[in-house]
Write a protein that binds this ligand. Structure first.
Ligand SMILES: [Zn+2]
Ligand SMILES: [Zn+2]
Ligand SMILES: [Zn+2]
Ligand SMILES: [Zn+2]
Ligand SMILES: [Zn+2]
Length: 371
């Protein structure tokens, strides 16, 4: 507080002398100058901006995730939404990839060619490289040139695209493989994001059920419903992690970032190890979600006790599986890779911590009064 400050500090005097509006602007100015030359304090990246500056939680980690009082949870390093177990770079690449039109463009180049006569796009449907357009034109899938009709599986009569062919085939195959891979991971990533949105509704209905139970029913198990709210929170924490474990795996076991960091065999072993854990987590998260949908407000005492027992167990199992996944990443996957900066925010059992808000009132005068 300003009155405890030993330095010459006239902030209070300033505040008393000027209009409230000007005092606000003065506060703002103090924070701005403080944030600018201090990497322990950053503006909350919410849009529209909530107006808060956030102080970094110090726990010895380079990368931490924090929560602002406006509800946004974000990565203190890159200021994106919280993204662990992805590293900042993985997340940046992934977001870009998801937004990029190039994926669609990629799909089109992989799957269609334009007819050399009428320029209509034609989709390839089978392995044969002779394409026939509706206009009657035949052409070669590999090079796009007009050809005759006679062909075998491997060649078209009177047409040869020779050495060109190998390169084209390889290019096509690679593009196809990359696209398939991306589709696989993106599909699962997206599915969990969609579940998260549905579960947001579930959370509200569960709270309503719990509150109405506590008001109308006498038994202790209805009065204290932290067992159900804890389970909902666990569902949210782990669902987010689960969804972001897919872009993590996409980069961890792909060639974009770690091509030369592992041998093919090593990559396969690590991928299996990770996917094992991921699947276990996935299975238990779905179970948790399913139990939470039960109409426990209509249950009698015995049934509620049974549901409570199941939820308490599952909540602990899911928490532990998340913890193990982060440990595996740290020790087995990213740990051995020295190259590049792929720190990830640590797993927090209790969820992302609410950061303390930084305001001009609480700033120590020594660092803000540089004028
Ligand atoms: Zn905020
Ligand atoms: Zn980040
Ligand atoms: Zn045509
Ligand atoms: Zn054919
Ligand atoms: Zn050809």
């Amino acid at each position: 507080m300003a009155h405890e400050c030993k330095a010459i500090c006239d902030e209070d005097v300033v505040r008393k002398l000027v209009s409230p509006e000007l005092a606000d602007r003065y506060d703002r100015f103090l924070i701005e100058s403080y944030v600018e030359d201090n990497n322990m304090v950053k503006w909350c990246p919410s849009k529209p901006h909530c107006g808060s500056a956030i102080r970094k939680i110090e726990d010895g980690h380079d990368v931490v995730e924090v929560g602002c009082s406006c509800g946004l949870q974000f990565c203190f390093s890159c200021l994106s939404e919280s993204h662990s177990p992805c590293s900042c770079l993985m997340w940046k690449l992934w977001k870009k990839k998801c937004e990029d039109e190039s994926e669609t463009v990629n799909w089109i180049t992989v799957n269609t060619k334009l007819c050399p006569k009428c320029s209509k796009p034609i989709q390839k449907r089978d392995g044969c490289n002779l394409m026939t357009c509706k206009c009657g034109q035949h052409f070669c899938w590999l090079c796009g040139q007009a050809t005759g009709r006679d062909h075998t599986y491997t060649s078209i009569a009177g047409h040869s695209c020779g050495r060109y062919k190998d390169e084209k085939v390889r290019q096509l195959e690679r593009a196809q493989r990359d696209l398939d891979r991306y589709t696989h991971y993106h599909y699962r990533y997206k599915a969990h994001i969609d579940s998260l949105k549905l579960e947001d509704k579930l959370r509200k209905s569960i709270l309503e059920k719990a509150v109405s139970n506590s008001e109308t029913k006498d038994q202790k198990v209805f009065k204290e419903y932290s067992w159900v709210t804890d389970a909902v929170n666990r569902l949210f924490i782990s669902r987010r992690i689960l969804s972001q474990s897919y872009p993590f795996a996409f980069y961890m076991f792909g060639e974009e970032l770690f091509k030369d960091e592992m041998s093919e065999k090593e990559r396969e072993i690590k991928k299996n190890l990770f996917e094992d854990q991921q699947q276990q987590l996935e299975g238990n998260v779905e179970k948790l979600s399913k139990i939470l949908e039960e109409p426990f407000d209509e249950y009698d005492h015995e049934k509620v006790v049974e549901m409570m027992r199941q939820l308490t167990n599952l909540t602990a199992v899911v928490d532990n599986l998340c913890k193990e996944m982060y440990e595996c990443i740290e020790n087995e996957l990213l740990g051995p890779i020295q190259f590049g900066n792929h720190n990830i925010a640590p797993y927090r059992s209790k969820g992302i911590e609410q950061a303390t808000e930084f305001c001009a009132e609480s700033s120590d005068c020594g660092s803000s009064g540089s004028s």
